[in-house]
Design a protein around this ligand. Structure first.
Ligand code: G6P
Length: 614
């Protein structure tokens, strides 16, 4: 998984490419590079291991004048992170350069065939195989670069978004996609391409999302041309971007993660807007309104997702089962796709993905669709692959999430799942009008309740000092608080590298209780709900074994306040709405612990924001 950028125009090519790479660093950052057809007529390729800032240092003494260029920030799949394996990759004769996001599955077969023809390889990447193949076809068939790219792509099995340039042609970039995202920005006498629109949103609002199997010819002074691999013209669908540049910057916070945590009152307002109407009496979800029969007849719902989105999915199960009386299964997309799933046309599959690009979730969508299920997507990235591959869906509308550890997207996903469950319940009559109105009104209060929870930040920061040096944590919750415990533990692991386990509080006595001692804190999520008395006993069990307890409780709580070492009090909410409220102190706790440990919270080691490979 990687980010790619390209630019052709009269602007400063190098500066535009570097700025674009910084915007895409959330997609990967183990090496970076640029290739530009320079003022000197050379194909100048500069690349190095590490983040984009390393590349800038590396380039400081180089010739940077250029007419066009392509650039890449990498997250390794084939070949470890190294200068050689960094992109752009070049052909043997040094005439052609490529940047690539995806994986070429049949690269080994292609590589062996090229070696037979005398081709020598410099790197271990699948991408070099593609550029060598392009060169081989170009030279052997004496054809244009465009034809060579098309012919090479016909031989490729796998996923790609690519941009290709050549030394002898300072006026053309060729781009193509199959299963990996690629957006083209159309400006005044200039064009951009990138894995998403963030690198060019400050220059143009006109954007074309390339579709699978399409090849784009981006030529100086000419309109954009898009064809398929057989050179048949494709329709060019220009979209207007609604993304603003201020959304992309840190807005005064030291890290994107903290900014995103504090944005939640606003992002939840955006998520709810227009969906809870008539003062809370009506829930309006277009994807449900437009497919009433599907939801009325659904015999089962299967939720597929990965990571944090899977935790939101688990909450979706509790919400839908409670409100709609439809059985729900929640599957890791990576397991689902290889589990011989049994589905038919009365199943509804809900795919949840912040990025809309997670390879396993996308594959699960395709399988479900092929088996005849109705597939509904819940995504954040507008125009991304999952919304395009699903029959219907619902955006969470929380704006771009840059911090690798998901925060505002999680609460947005949970909110959309709550609204979806309510909309289906309204349709099926499984909740009364009064119950819907009561919950609708409470949902409208959530943004201000979240504002209140965020006032705990100073207290959480102070508490984090006590917990920073623990080496293991247990996160416990029951019912709606169990997925919150899983998500809290995941946040801590992701950014502070402390081992943490999320567990259903009652299951603790079947194993984890053996671990409890003064060295291992338990974070217990215990709002006032129908399982409150049960979790009070779990708190006592931990206490009796000398465990240290940090509890998240409802304002005014007495019992747990007496037992726990520390408590964080959150506003009272109906049980099904507590996860949004209780997850926020846990986001803050992981943030401050990671800061105390001096970790890079926005870019944790080994993790990437969007995992577009298996
Ligand atoms: C990566 C990210 C996680 C995210 C998961 C699923 O692992 O680091 O934050 O939850 O992918 O991503 P998605 O975009 O499908 O929600």
């Amino acid at each position: 998984m990687c980010g790619i950028v390209g630019y052709i125009g009269d602007g400063n090519v190098y500066d535009i490419l570097i700025k674009g790479l910084h915007r895409l660093e959330y997609r990967g950052y183990d090496s970076a590079g640029v290739a530009m057809v320079g003022d000197d007529g050379q194909l100048n390729v500069y690349k190095t291991m590490g983040k984009v800032s390393n590349l800038e240092t590396f380039c400081s003494q180089k010739n940077l004048g250029a007419r066009l260029g392509i650039a890449h920030t990498r997250w390794a799949t084939h070949g470890e992170p190294s200068d050689t394996n960094a992109h752009p990759q070049t052909s043997q004769d040094g005439n052609i350069a490529i940047v690539h996001n995806g994986t070429i599955e049949n690269y080994k077969v292609l590589k062996d065939a090229l070696i037979q023809h005398g081709c020598k390889f410099a790197s271990e990447t699948d991408t070099e195989v593609l550029v060598q193949l392009i060169e081989y076809i170009r030279v052997t068939n004496k054809c244009s670069l465009l034809t060579a790219v098309r012919e090479a792509l016909k031989q490729v099995v796998g996923a790609y978004a690519i941009a290709v340039i050549e030394k002898s042609n300072p006026d053309t970039i060729i781009a193509a996609r199959q299963s990996s995202p690629l957006a083209i920005g159309i400006g005044d006498n200039e064009m951009f391409l990138a894995s998403d629109a963030t690198p060019f949103v400050e220059y143009t609002k006109e954007c074309v999302y390339l579709k699978d199997g399409e090849v784009a010819v981006i030529r100086r002074g000419e309109p954009l041309k898009i064809t398929d691999l057989d050179n048949k013209d494709a329709r060019i669908d220009v979209k207007t971007l609604e993304l603003s540049i201020s959304e992309l910057e840190k807005g005064g916070y030291p890290h994107f993660m903290l900014k995103e945590i504090f944005q939640q009152p606003e992002t939840l307002r955006d998520c709810i807007r227009g969906r809870v109407v008539e003062g809370g009496r009506k829930i309006n979800i277009n994807g449900v309104n437009d497919n009433k029969e599907v939801f009325l007849n659904a015999k089962r719902i299967v939720i597929v997702a990965c990571g944090t989105s899977w935790h939101a999915g688990l909450l979706g199960k509790y919400l839908i089962q409670d409100m709609c009386k439809i059985p729900v299964e929640v599957e890791y997309a990576s397991e689902f796709r290889y589990s011989n799933p049994v589905l038919d046309e009365r199943d509804v599959v809900i795919a949840i993905s912040q990025s809309g690009e997670t390879a396993d979730t996308l594959a699960a969508v395709k399988i479900a669709r092929d088996m005849g299920a109705f597939v509904f997507g819940i995504s954040n990235a507008v125009g991304s692959s999952i919304p395009r591959e699903t029959f219907s869906g619902c955006y969470i509308h929380v704006g771009p999430e840059i911090g690798v550890a998901s925060t505002k997207a999680f609460t947005g996903q949970v909110m959309v799942l709550t609204l979806l469950a309510l909309a289906i319940a309204q349709l099926k009559g499984t909740l009364t009008d009064a119950e819907i109105e009561n919950l609708g009104k409470k949902i409208l209060e959530i943004p201000s309740a979240v504002e209140k929870v965020l006032k705990l930040a100073d207290k959480v920061e102070h508490l984090s000092l006590i917990y920073t040096y623990a080496r293991n944590f247990l996160y416990l919750g029951r019912g709606y608080s169990y997925p919150v415990a899983l998500e809290g533990a995941l946040k801590l692991k992701e950014i502070s590298y402390i081992h943490a386990e999320g567990y259903p509080a009652a299951e603790m006595k079947h194993g984890p209780i053996a671990l409890i001692d003064a060295e291992m804190p338990s974070v217990i999520i215990a709002p006032k709900d129908h399982l409150y008395e049960k979790i009070v006993s779990n708190v006592q069990q931990v206490k009796a074994r000398g465990g240290n307890i940090l509890a998240i409780v409802t304002e005014g709580d007495q019992q747990i306040c007496r037992l726990a070492d520390h408590v964080l009090e959150v506003p009272d909410m109906p049980e099904c709405l507590t996860p949004i409220i209780t997850s926020i102190p846990l986001q803050l706790l992981s943030y401050y612990i990671a800061i105390n440990k001096g970790k890079n919270v926005d870019m944790p080691r080994n993790l990437a924001k969007s995992v577009t490979v298996e």
